[in-house]
Design a protein around this ligand. Structure first.
Ligand code: RFL
Ligand code: PHB
Length: 390
């Protein structure tokens, strides 16, 4: 098979890019190792920035997002007894949209046939070849054992943190920056009404907690747990008890308990791989970087990478401008590093690190006090939370 672009991975980054390229008349295919059901089964992000919503709008795939997505003009930081409100609308005149990654991925998936976006699911042994040259290709084996080869002018790696694309860049060319955190987030999804209108991030002496939601009848909550903990250690009642304590009395009074419909533990990591382009290979989303989920940035960074990659590929194929491809990595990384900084600093502020002593705790208290009393500090948080401009 011969295409202008071969996209590896049909998560949100791969599907979004595929649709945007199709809309530009660029011939592409998406190669995914899993089944559609598996991809939709992963419960992940919930908060969408403007860039993510506007790409769906541009594609005309935002009908359900508009109808079911919940605009949030504020969120809160809880510190023991106190709630610090960050009024996004008042501070920066923008809001975020709460709409599950699963729903966004479903919208993109369901539009593939009508938009002529070819996605090959169940591709095994996906391997990238000759990415440093102008004639890269991708090989894979389909479930019936047939071997396939996709020749393309560009390969875009949208295959997440564990995919093969990043590893196709020689170690002598790429550099890794990494911070691994000493805890993970235990997430619980339940068909119960949320405990309040807005998201609450809590730093309690027992640890971190987050109250989020998916709809007026579906809640998503997280607590941080030691990396050695297993799901069996956390029956639902223990999670609800812990949430009630950590989120503070105001939220606890409004928590509705119910059986979990999904429960998982995700480790926290900050990671950047640079550059995000090598020859004819571009990396987008989690294949190139990971943020701890505290800033709600991962999916939104995947969307901004896809925006820059689409611009670069449009300029290459439409205006015969090879320099656009050359500029992709620097443009994408400039935004990635700022989101990494915000996610890291909010993680540092809102979690109790096992190695922290009284000094580090005093710094957290002082910073939360400063945020509570300073509109400038709140504005800085707000402009990062709604998403810096692309
Ligand atoms: P994905 O979603 O991992 O998709 C990668 C796709 O590539 C496929 N793949 C392969 N395909 C072919 N061959 C191979 N060898 C392959 N290996 C892998 C995979 O099967 C998959 O389909 O990456 P992508 O598209 O870059 O999207 C990134 C986002 O999924 C991620 O950043 C977010 O979920 C992060 N995140 C959040 N982001 C936000 O913007 N807001 C949030 O509120 C938010 N909350 C979260 C999060 C992530 C979490 N976890 C579990 C990591 C909350 C959590 C708990
Ligand atoms: C979520 O709803 O899953 C969610 C919300 C905000 C975050 C992370 C995850 O910062």
């Amino acid at each position: 098979m011969r295409k202008q672009v071969c996209i590896v991975g049909a998560g949100p980054a791969g599907l979004l890019l595929g649709h945007l390229l199709r809309a530009e008349g660029i011939d592409c295919v998406v190669v995914e190792q899993r089944s559609p059901g598996y991809v939709l089964g992963r419960i992940r992000a919930g908060v969408l920035e403007r860039i993510t919503v506007s790409l769906m709008e541009q594609l005309g795939l935002d009908a359900r997002l508009k109808a079911e997505g919940m605009p949030h003009g504020e969120f809160s930081l809880a510190d023991g007894e106190r709630l610090i409100h960050i009024d996004l609308m008042d501070l920066v005149g923008q809001q975020v949209t709460v709409y599950g990654q699963t729903e966004l991925t479903r919208d993109l998936m369901e539009a593939c046939d009508a938009r002529g976006l070819q996605v090959i699911y169940g591709a095994e042994g996906v391997t990238l070849h000759d990415v440093a040259t102008d004639a890269p290709f991708v090989t894979y084996t389909s479930s019936d054992g047939t071997e396939h080869r996709v020749e393309a002018r560009f390969v875009v790696g949208c295959d997440g943190f564990h995919g093969p694309s990043r590893r196709a860049v020689p170690a002598s060319v790429g550099r890794e920056y990494e911070r691994v955190y000493p805890f993970g987030w235990l997430g619980i999804l339940a068909d119960v009404p949320p405990c309040g209108a807005g998201l609450i991030y809590a730093n309690h002496e027992r640890g971190f907690a987050l109250a989020s939601q998916r709809s007026p009848t579906r809640s998503r909550y997280y607590v941080d747990v030691p990396l050695t903990d297993r799901l069996e250690d956390w029956p639902d009642e223990r999670i609800w008890d812990e949430l009630a304590t950590r989120l503070g009395p105001e939220a606890a009074a409004h928590i509705t308990r119910g059986p979990s419909i999904e429960k998982s533990i995700a480790p926290l990591r900050s990671y950047v791989f640079a550059p995000m382009r090598h020859g004819s290979l571009l990396l987008c989303g989690d294949s190139a970087h990971i943020v701890p989920p505290t800033g709600a940035k991962g999916l939104n960074l995947a969307a901004s990478d896809v925006y820059y990659a689409t611009e670069a590929l449009r300029a290459f194929f439409g205006a015969n401008d090879p320099d656009a491809i050359g500029g992709y990595s620097d443009k994408a990384l400039a935004r990635v590093w700022k989101a990494e900084r915000f996610s890291w600093s909010l993680t540092r502020l809102m979690h109790r690190f096992p190695e922290d002593g009284p000094f580090e705790r005093a710094m957290q208290v002082a910073e939360l006090d400063y945020i509570a009393s300073s509109r400038a500090a709140q504005t800085s948080i707000a402009e990062n939370y709604v998403g810096l401009p692309v």
